[in-house]
Design a protein around this ligand. Structure first.
Ligand SMILES: Nc1nc2c(ncn2[C@@H]2O[C@H](COP(=O)(O)OP(=O)(O)O)[C@@H](O)[C@H]2O)c(=O)[nH]1
Ligand SMILES: [Mg+2]
Length: 211
């Protein structure tokens, strides 16, 4: 059994990634991705999600801006082997004591960590989040999310970002197993949306099945 912790600054897409993964399981899409296999959702808990009053999502579409207070959680099972795994995604707002407690708890119980970064803001700001996380394994995974927002020469920019992230963690003696580039939303007008949505599912499957 693998316990995955998704950690990262506020609004990088941790909750979206978890919801997308659940959708892949519920719709059977999980079997069609690279390394795909049949899995079933055992339990989901998104009760730690609170609606942000006056958030900037469109209320008329019944989309509400939400913020994670208590850690979200998904338990799923590989149908063939029967192995169960849990993914935890605490909130990112470490200024709030209750959220920070969730981050620290999850960083302790997770056996694998995915550090999530977003392409909508400077990396330096996002690194601050990790300065508070005290319990880290020697090796982690990194997810670069919101790939749809990357403009220009994608490979060149991703190389630069990966180098910066590697340097940041190596100062703390943390190595990086692998980088995953993802899109955690069903973004319209993004041609490769399916490919990068799939990467979310592939990332979680790869991490759970190789440990
Ligand atoms: N463009 C884009 N937006 C995303 C992506 N993933 C998440 N979002 C949006 O980013 C915002 C924050 O996402 P959320 O999952 O709540 O972030 P969390 O605070 O890390 O849990 C939401 O409005 C999501 O719809 C992505 O891959 N691309
Ligand atoms: Mg969240």
């Amino acid at each position: 059994m693998v316990n995955i912790g998704l950690l990262g600054d506020i609004s990088v897409g941790k909750t979206s990634i978890l919801r997308l993964f659940v959708r892949y399981l519920n719709k059977g899409e999980i079997e069609n991705v690279q390394g795909g296999l049949k899995c079933t959702v055992v339990k989901t808990d998104f009760s730690g999600e609170a609606t942000v009053p006056g958030g900037n999502k469109d209320d008329s579409l019944n989309e509400k801006e939400t913020k994670t207070i208590h850690p979200n959680r998904v338990v799923f099972r590989e149908d063939t082997s029967g192995k169960a795994h849990t993914i935890f995604a605490p909130g990112g707002d470490r200024q709030r004591a209750v959220v920070k407690m969730g981050i620290i708890t999850i960083s302790r119980i997770a056996t694998q960590i995915i550090a999530v970064f977003s392409l909508d803001r400077e990396l330096e700001r996002q690194f601050e989040f990790f300065n508070d996380v005290r319990f880290f394994p020697d090796k982690i995974y990194v997810c670069i999310n919101k790939i749809d927002l990357l403009e220009g020469d994608r490979n060149k920019k991703l190389e630069e970002l990966r180098a910066k992230i590697t340097t940041f963690f190596s100062k703390r003696k943390i190595a990086i197993n692998e980088f995953f580039d993802t899109c955690g939303e069903t973004v319209e007008n993004f041609e490769e949306v399916q490919k990068f949505n799939n990467r979310v599912a592939e990332m979680i499957l790869e991490i759970t099945t190789t440990h």
